[in-house]
Ligand binder design. Structure first.
Ligand SMILES: [Zn+2]
Length: 82
């Protein structure tokens, strides 16, 4: 009985360690997403642009750099001027 409990605690600790690693990976990924565009247009924005905020989450395309966006055939927004 006691042995089983210790095993459960061990598994829980392991899951917690894995989860904390996962979230820090997410933060790194987020830092690389500096520009956002829509799959329905060919314009990219700063995420804080009013037009970027109108893009539905499921239509968002993220780019790490201007070069990245332009390689994908996107051009800069005239409102936020990235
Ligand atoms: Zn914009």
């Amino acid at each position: 009985m006691r042995k089983k409990l210790l095993r459960v605690i061990g598994v829980t600790v392991l899951i917690l360690i894995l989860c904390s690693c996962g979230s820090s990976d997410g933060e790194v990924l987020f830092e690389e997403e500096n520009y956002v565009g829509s799959i329905n247009s060919d314009i990219y924005h700063y995420p804080e642009c009013k037009w970027a905020n109108k893009i539905k989450e499921y239509n968002e395309v993220w780019f790490s750099s201007i070069e990245d966006a332009e390689n994908e055939g996107y051009r800069s927004c005239h409102t936020c001027n990235p």
